[in-house]
Design a protein around this ligand. Structure first.
Ligand code: TEU
Ligand code: CA
Length: 535
């Protein structure tokens, strides 16, 4: 039951994982060739970022055909082989379900341009004002207007993300029926579940203008509304026919709202990706960074641990900069990389690791705007320009927050292309590949990779670390400590989030220590992490 509560899930960003044919773009045969790596890590499931047909305005999050594989990534036969070969290794496949919007290249959208077509109401179409104004004053997620005029239909369509990502209209019941068919299509192929993209914004209750806000004006008309809950309950019926799991990406949710989306009695989602802990180092929006204060982070983690019966736990994904420079320390790269691993794999919930995290990959060392690919970064650069933000500051903001920080190719081995491709990689390989790569870490029992493997194995063998309760013991300015308990079995985890030493009052037999300690007397070195067995 609930296999996903015992599994470690690994996210693959297919474009950047492994290229198999030298075109510089990661692909499905490439993923298949690396399944052994994931098996060694003890991964129970792969969340595959979108591999459907897409013009790639947002690298697959703009889908033009939900039943076809993007030819850049391979064929449907490759996909079926991936499901099979992963299955042979006990690894399930979770697909990315992007149903808030489709690409404007999708057949539905192209038909929708004709008011007399059966697809006319598949999207949100509206007239602008007589004065040439947009249908309403909402603003989108990528920092631009969220209405685009279509000359053929002579109306505007709504897009909360990029221009070519048109929002689907769930007021039309046919749209939901289409989605159910898509679910069945993939479930019959043997996928084990879905990661549901921006799933709490599906339902828009009206298109009325609203009070102007610093960002996301209009969001009260679509964030976590009852209409969305209703859709999720309908989808759950289809999912239950196949025993499938879902994890929803949910933006701007409180613990209460998250419970309403994934509480077991709700019959909606199984887990959510919430953002609060990712917002500890920012003011309101990710573009405005503030100093990372560990205590705030700990309090946030504990709150979510306590308020949700179960949830997804993550520190990285394809939208976030890497975790070591953010929550750890590049100076103590190895120690803090292991500490963050310890945190993620010993909190209560299902850990989602992001490719490269297991070898401590760092942010993209790009130096010029044109080395970037991400549509969000490019849009935001334009917006900052419009507001006359000086070049230096613009660059600083983009550099720190760009999603491309996490999208550079996986560093399999030393070399200019990192073992990712024989050709020219679609996005630059980080120059630190010489010192940070899997091949080297495989040889080294003290590496971040070896630590992840050991932790994942410990978790697999230890009921208390998987299903045990969570009790916070300490959340100070630098030390975070908590206990996981199942029956008689209890473990204490103590983490020093600082370049400075610390002392802690917790004791027990050392199970794992990132300083190779055999005994723990409470004196902690920088970025020290220990797991203790409570006597
Ligand atoms: O992300 C939704 C989302 O909230 C992000 O746009 C987030 O605001 C931003 O990336 C933070 O920098 C999902 C996908 O994960 C993302 O890759 C897509 O671009 C987006 O939806 C649209 O599908
Ligand atoms: Ca390729």
């Amino acid at each position: 039951m609930d296999w996903w509560k015992d599994a470690v899930i690994y996210q693959i960003y297919p474009r950047s994982f492994q290229d198999s044919n030298g075109d510089g773009i990661g692909d499905i045969p490439g993923i298949i060739s690396r399944l052994d790596h994931l098996q060694e890590l003890g991964v129970g499931a792969i969340w595959l970022s979108p591999v459907y047909r897409s013009p790639n305005a947002d690298n697959g999050y703009d889908i033009s055909d939900y039943r076809e594989i993007n030819p850049e990534y391979g064929t449907m036969e490759d996909m079926e082989r991936l499901i099979r070969e992963a299955g042979d290794r006990g690894i399930r496949i979770i697909m990315d379900l992007v149903i808030n919007h489709t690409s404007t290249d999708h057949y539905w959208f192209r038909q929708s341009r004709d008011k007399n077509s059966p697809y006319a109401d598949y999207y949100y179409w509206a007239h602008g004002g007589a004065d040439g104004s947009l249908p309403n004053n909402w603003t989108g997620f990528f920092g631009e207007d969220c209405w685009e005029f279509d000359p053929e239909r002579c109306e505007y369509y709504l897009h909360l993300f990029a221009k070519s990502q048109a929002d689907l209209n769930y007021h039309n019941p046919e749209v939901l029926e289409e989605v159910k068919d898509i679910l069945r299509f993939w479930l019959r192929k043997g996928v084990a579940g879905f990661r549901c993209d921006v799933i709490n914004i599906l339902w828009k209750d009206s298109l009325a203008s609203s009070r102007k806000r610093l960002a996301l004006t209009g969001s009260e008309h679509y964030l976590s509304l009852e209409g969305t809950h209703k859709i999720l309950r309908e989808l759950r019926e289809v999912l239950d026919e196949y025993g499938a799991m879902t994890v929803g990406e949910t933006v701007f949710v409180s613990p209460q709202q998250a419970r309403d989306l994934c509480g077991p009695e709700r019959k909606e989602l199984n887990m959510v990706f919430s953002f609060e802990h990712m917002e500890c180092d920012q003011y309101f929006l990710k573009w405005f960074k503030r100093k990372f204060r560990p205590r705030v982070f700990f309090e946030c983690l504990t709150r979510w641990q306590k308020e949700l019966h179960w949830n997804a736990v993550y520190l990285e994904n394809h939208d976030q900069p890497r975790s070591i420079p953010r929550f750890g320390s590049e100076k103590y790269w190895k120690e803090s990389g292991k500490l963050l691993a310890t945190l993620e794999l010993t909190l209560r919930g299902t850990p989602f690791l992001y490719q490269g995290q297991e070898i401590g990959m760092l942010n993209f060392d790009f130096t010029r705007m044109r080395q970037l690919n991400d549509v969000e970064s490019k849009n935001v650069e334009k917006v900052l320009r419009r507001f006359h933000i000086p070049q230096k500051l613009r660059w600083k903001i983009i550099k720190r927050t760009s999603r491309d920080n996490a999208r550079t190719p996986f560093q399999w081995e030393n070399g200019p292309r990192g073992g990712f491709t024989d050709g020219r990689p679609w996005l630059g390989v980080n120059h630190n590949c010489e010192t940070i790569n899997l091949a080297q870490q495989e040889e080294d029992p003290d590496s971040i990779w070896s630590w992840y493997k050991a932790l994942s194995a410990l978790r697999r063998e230890t009921g208390a670390l998987r299903r045990g309760s969570f009790e916070q013991l300490e959340a100070g300015n630098q030390v975070y400590a908590y206990q996981r308990t199942l029956g008689e079995d209890a473990y204490t985890v103590v983490l020093n989030f600082s370049n400075r030493p610390a002392s802690a009052a917790h004791r027990g037999d050392v199970v794992m220590s990132n300083y190779g300690r055999e005994q723990f007397d409470g004196q902690m070195r920088p970025w020290e992490a220990v797991i203790l067995k409570v006597k």
